[in-house]
Design a protein around this ligand. Structure first.
Ligand code: HMG
Ligand code: MG
Length: 298
């Protein structure tokens, strides 16, 4: 077993973390959160989402957020773009990287982006072509890589097939999302082994929701396979509006603590990260979802 020497954290709090929030969150608060994350050393921040604002009202202000944020050298500020219209909005705001998102489940694909998996891949073609012209990198998500809220268990072969197609279409990295957090190290390992047959390990990332409390175990299992990119959300905020009960992403603080214990580099100052988490929790009037933050602040 060789663990990676360094892990890239992809901080999805300002997007995946906040997209599900019902209460209004000002652009100033979103910007302050992003700034505090960057200050803590987070070098990749998913800062917004250029989806249909009628579908996800909380992300309607992403144009403002991406336009106004203070860009720091060495930090990637990315956003979700479900189609060419979203891509063009994102580009106009100066994003440095975008993400398209497909699913390994047909029903989830319909509920989340209103089309079949095949239709979604066809819809991503022009996004990838335009982004290649603009020299903008495109990350590809696959949702429901272990289970689907509508269809139940998802076969590793189906995940590997969608991941392979996104990769062959030109995505620079594929993030495999356990959207409803049902995976365990056994099912996650089987799924990753299937994906690894088509995609080199440096181009794979894991995106674990912690709904069933398995996220850290699943991340550790992923590290053991050499996965060196991990998505997480400060304070464990998050959930997908189209996956009922899909509570928090794994907390970035908890992942950083795990990596510290394993002697794996990540570039993030845990105390500053905890402070960023406290800030957003205070703004939301909510307890942190990070056990590490709770223990540290107790
Ligand atoms: P649609 O309704 O099928 O789109 O939505 P359409 O092309 O038929 O257009 C309908 C209307 O939407 C039109 O406006 C378009 O202009 C507008 P109208 O003529 O009715 O006034 N529209 C847009 N407006 C702004 N920006 C756009 C855009 N596109 C269309 N980009 C669509 C299809 C994909 C757009 C919609 O289903 C959608 O926005 N879905 C997003 C759902 C979402 O954001 N889900 C959460 C993110 S995914 C996630 O959380 C999982 C992840 O974290 C990984 C994991 O955990 O597994 C990534
Ligand atoms: Mg997610």
């Amino acid at each position: 077993m060789t663990l990676p020497a360094r892990v890239q954290i992809v901080e999805v709090g300002p997007r995946d973390g906040l997209q599900n929030e019902q209460q209004p969150i000002s652009t100033a608060t979103k910007l302050a959160l992003i700034e505090q994350l960057a200050e803590a050393g987070v070098s990749y921040i998913e800062a917004g989402s250029f989806v249909n604002p009628k579908w996800v009202p909380q992300m309607a202000g992403s144009d403002e957020v991406l336009q106004q944020l203070q860009r720091r050298a060495g930090v990637t500020y990315a956003a979700l773009t479900p189609n060419l219209q979203g891509y063009e909005r994102a580009l106009a705001c100066g994003v440095s990287e975008v993400a398209i998102f497909a699913a390994a489940s047909e029903t989830f694909s319909h509920r989340n982006i209103n089309c079949s998996v095949a239709e979604s891949l066809a819809r991503f073609q022009p996004v990838l072509a335009t982004a290649a012209r603009d020299k903008v990198r495109v990350r590809g998500y696959v949702s429901c890589v272990v289970g689907c809220p509508y269809e139940g268990e998802v076969a590793p072969a189906k995940v590997a097939d969608v991941a392979r197609q996104l990769y062959e279409m030109g995505c620079c990295e594929i993030s495999l999302g356990d959207t409803i957090g049902v995976g365990t190290p056994a099912s996650v390992t089987a799924m990753l082994e299937a994906a690894l047959q088509h995609i080199p390990v440096p181009q794979l990332a894991v995106h674990m929701h912690d709904t069933y409390g398995q996220a850290l175990a699943n991340i550790y299992a992923s590290l053991q396979l050499g996965i060196a990119t991990v998505d997480s959300s400060v304070a464990g905020l998050g959930g997908c509006p189209y996956a009922k009960g899909a509570s928090g992403n794994v907390a970035t603080e908890d992942v950083v603590y795990l990596l510290n214990g394993l002697g794996i580099e990540h570039g993030i100052a845990l105390d500053r990260l905890i402070a960023a988490g406290s800030y957003i929790c205070q703004q939301l009037g909510r307890e942190t979802g990070s056990k590490v933050a709770r223990a540290t602040l107790a």
